[in-house]
Design a protein around this ligand. Structure first.
Ligand code: DPP
Ligand code: ZN
Length: 872
């Protein structure tokens, strides 16, 4: 497999003005007839009459014709899955008949079966597994789709746009024709057929048009889509109010499917969702999952403008639509719930997972310069860091300036396939600013590091901050240029007051510093006393920041920083420092310390009833195993685990009474609602419960079992079960079994059970994981189940990081098994092994050995790219 490069981009040689598709659906053979209205692209420099269409090894060509002249075999060839027709007129209709077998499609790209339905996934390059096409996002076409099927089995047959015709064929089958009036690339094509139930609703747009809203599921799930429908309507309203974007078709449909490689897909007018991102009910769905449904529904809906109306020129520009749309969905959730809580959650995820990706062999800029397989680039960097880059533009331009920029972007490029440069240009032009240095964020990989030192001159009452920036080398990028980094700063006084200061001739209490050189000093005047700097407020840039805070300063910021985000940040830093001390003690074989200043900090926090319970819960959450791994020079999973358990134990024992009190005072008898207020209380209650149980109190153990048995919602039930399992209480086996029995008919709950069971640490964790994969509820064809079991194993430190290498070998076996069957999923499963160079030597060697073993197989492009880059 070889790489393709952004620098080699050329416009397509042909355009497809209209695409007419007919699908004759059948259980064994589906016949696809396409009529493509082609003409040469006047803008192409290569004036050629040879047409090259993308296809796949799973597409069988039955016949091809130009303007109804059936081409004899010597007039076309099929090579490397491409259909090549050597001579074509300037303008013509190409008819292609192909046969595909959706029931044998295990890759879940193109047209496939999920339970009893047919569905599609075409992003990024799935359409070529349906029929021969110019499968690239800058070829945009008007689609008309006819679906023919047996009405008794497929009463619902959907595609993009509006239904324009319905009737019977000569053989007595039903046909339905859909027409989408908006030009689109093939990756936004969708088709669904099945025996589905529907929830109907409607939305009146800002200009007064009525839009029909429909959510389809299999019959047994239709009672779980009310929340998604409500989220959809709120998203539509929000996009009108915040971005001035109105929905454009008369109908908007969403379909839930069980087998799906990704979270969801924004196909024009017909979104297809992994059921895990759509279905929600209080009894079966946790608060986290509710929030995820809301965010994903919003995300896919927002793509209608940021992605569909204005799309990507090529796949190197993926972050153009994804970074921007993640930024939009994050803002929507922040406006809907608490902005600080949302920001903490997003940043925490970024710093744990995206920073790790950016420090590994797959590190790439948000606009990559090359790739072997585009499916490997649906990454945290493209999505989450991409969103941070858009957020920085928002910070630099302000709310109003950003809106002017986005208005210009949508107006200028409506109906076009464009680049990240076009996005930034619209922001520049609308605001009369120069973002040329800022644009290095698009081409430079790696997490920049800021090192900050300060000094206070009491006499002059000036305070200086010196900031150095450095971005470490990443694959193919040994040297880095200075970035333009917005650093939001405030100063906190000795008695926790916000200190005002003079900066740029103005009195203010918060400022955005423009860091754009390797080293710069910023001077704040009229600073009355020696301040504690509150740096990078709201996480104004996706960087690592080093400032040598003392424990006292961190405790002060934790309780006194007016910036809620930085209160959390200070608490995390304090906990990280404490964990690092314990990790070193563990590694040196020293006794663990039994005291920590964290106790004092937590005590103040628990006593302050004016605080948002969700924030308190977040602060109580110790830095995760994964986050501590990201920070480590050499990752020692056992040391991190032991340190975390010990630190939690100290806090739990010292504050047993407080945790009990907080647990009891946050209990509630109200009926479940996925409201910010209730979610906040449940999160604090359950955080307190887990500490209380960690204290070893018998009363706590009784309380957690009671909570499990009495819970009327999945959040409380699962929090209790996790706690019982994690602390290996006497009831662990009994309750895990009971949980499975209670929920075995609910696939999404069974997935939670699979994950928790796989993550459970006991003598033979790996045997237990193997048993789960033999369990009747497991199905290797279903990506959600696989992710549950393998994800659970990844959290199981003893089983996965066993020194004998058995955990890694097991993972490698699964990757080899899935390599051809579902390359996208196989490639994702490689992620933990790609970190091998960061592990302590004994583990690094074992991981590397498994990567080498995988490399000896005949690999799919997806797995090949990740494994070869990891071993390079
Ligand atoms: N474009 C999709 C999304 O992120 C991914 N398939 O919404
Ligand atoms: Zn997206």
């Amino acid at each position: 497999p070889s790489a393709i490069y952004l620098k080699d981009y050329t416009v397509p040689n042909f355009l497809i003005d209209k695409t007419e598709l007919t699908f004759d659906l059948d259980e064994t053979q589906t016949i696809v007839t396409s009529r493509l209205h082609l003409r040469r692209n006047p803008e192409s420099k290569v004036q050629t009459s040879a047409l090259v269409l993308d296809g796949g090894e799973d597409v069988k060509l039955i016949g091809v014709a130009i303007d109804d002249y059936a081409l004899p075999e010597q007039e076309y060839t099929i090579k490397d899955d491409k259909l090549i027709i050597t001579a074509t007129p300037n303008e013509f209709v190409l008819t292609c008949e192909t046969m595909i077998e959706p029931q044998n499609n295990t890759k879940l790209e193109g047209l496939y079966r999920s339970s009893s339905m047919f569905c599609t996934q075409c992003e990024a390059e799935g359409f070529r597994h349906i029929t021969y096409y110019l499968d690239r996002p800058d070829v945009m076409s008007i689609f008309t789709t006819t679906i023919i099927g047996d009405e008794t089995r497929y009463p619902v047959m959907l595609s993009n746009g509006n239904e324009i015709e319905r009737g019977k064929t000569e053989e007595g089958k039903t046909f339905v024709t859909w027409h989408d009036p908006f030009k689109k690339p093939a990756y936004l094509f969708a088709l669904v057929a099945g025996d589905l139930e529907v929830l109907n609703d409607s939305f009146t747009t800002m200009s007064g048009r009525d839009v029909k809203l429909q959510i389809f599921t299999e019959k047994h799930n239709i009672d779980k889509v009310d929340f998604a429908m409500d989220s959809l309507k709120r998203s539509m309203k929000w996009d009108e109010e915040v971005y001035g974007r109105e929905y454009d078709l008369d109908i908007f449909m969403i379909v839930a499917v069980d087998d799906f490689n990704m979270g969801a897909m924004e196909n024009k007018g017909l979104n297809i969702f992994n059921s895990s991102c759509l279905l929600a009910s209080p009894e079966t769905t946790t608060d986290d999952a509710y929030l995820r449904v809301e965010a994903v529904v919003a995300h896919e809906y927002f793509h209608n403008w940021s992605g569909n109306r204005v799309t990507c020129r090529d796949w190197f520009q993926l972050s153009l639509k994804e970074g921007f749309t993640v930024f939009r969905d994050q803002s929507f959730s922040a406006d809907t719930h608490s902005d600080v809580v949302k920001r903490v959650e997003d940043v925490s995820f970024l710093k744990t997972a995206q920073f790790a990706e950016d420090a590994g062999p797959m590190s790439h800029p948000i606009r990559p310069a090359s790739f072997i397989e585009i499916s490997n680039f649906y990454t945290l960097t493209i999505y989450e860091k991409g969103s941070e880059v858009v957020r920085m533009i928002h910070t630099l331009l302000g709310e109003e300036g950003f809106r002017k920029g986005s208005d210009l972007y949508f107006e200028r490029h409506d109906g076009q396939a464009v680049t990240c440069d076009d996005f930034v240009k619209a922001m520049e032009d609308a605001n009369g600013v120069d973002l040329s240095q800022f644009k290095r964020w698009y081409s430079q990989a790696g997490t920049p590091r800021l090192t900050v030192t300060d000094s206070y001159d009491e006499q002059a009452q000036t305070y200086s901050l010196t900031i150095q920036q450095m971005t470490p080398p990443t694959p193919n990028q040994p040297t880095k240029l200075a970035l333009h980094i917005p650093v939001k700063v405030g100063l906190v006084g000795q008695s926790n007051e916000a200190l005002s200061f003079t900066f740029d001739g103005q009195t203010q209490d918060e400022v955005v510093l423009h860091v754009n050189d390797v080293e710069q000093t910023f001077v704040f005047e009229n600073v009355m006393s020696k301040p504690v700097p509150s740096l990078l407020r709201g996480f104004s840039a996706p960087v690592k920041l080093d400032y040598d805070y003392s424990t006292e300063q961190l405790l002060q910021l934790m309780s006194g920083d007016p910036d809620g985000f930085n209160r959390w940040s200070a608490s995390q830093q304090l906990a990280v420092n404490e964990l690092n001390k314990l990790i070193a003690q563990y590694q040196n074989g020293a006794q663990f310390s039994e005291e920590t200043p964290l106790v004092e900090g937590f005590k103040a926090l628990l006593a302050d009833e004016s605080l948002d319970p969700a924030m308190v819960a977040l602060i109580l959450g110790l830095p995760s195993q994964a986050y501590m791994s990201e920070l480590a020079d050499k990752i020692d999973p056992q040391a991190i685990k032991a340190a975390r358990e010990h630190l939690r134990g100290i806090a739990a024992k010292a504050l047993e009474v407080e945790f009990k009190h907080v647990y009891e005072s946050n209990a509630s008898n109200e009926a479940y609602q996925a409201s910010a207020e209730q979610i906040a209380k449940r999160s604090l209650k359950n955080a307190a419960l887990s500490y209380w149980v960690a204290s070893g109190s018998d009363e706590a153990k009784a309380a957690v079992v009671r909570q499990y048995r009495n819970a009327d919602n999945m959040t409380d039930q699962f929090a209790a079960l996790s706690c019982v399992v994690h602390f290996n209480l006497a009831e662990a086996d009994e309750l895990l079994n009971a949980f499975f029995e209670q929920w075995k008919h609910e696939a999404l709950v069974v997935n939670k059970w699979l994950m928790l069971s796989a993550a459970r640490e006991h003598e033979n964790g790996l045997a237990q994981v193997k048993a789960l994969m033999e369990h009747p509820s497991f199905d290797i064809k279903n990506p959600n189940k696989l992710r549950s079991v393998i994800g659970g194993l990844g959290q199981n430190v003893d089983a996965f990081h066993n020194l004998d290498g058995s955990g890694y070998a097991f993972l490698a076996d699964q990757i080899i098994l899935l390599n051809k069957r579902n390359p996208q999923i196989a490639s994702r499963l490689c992620t933990p092994l790609t970190r091998w160079q960061r592990m302590v030597p004994a583990l690094a060697e074992k991981m590397k050995g498994e990567l080498e073993r995988i490399a000896r197989e005949d690999l799919s492009k997806d797995v090949y790219e990740v494994v070869s880059k990891s071993l390079a």
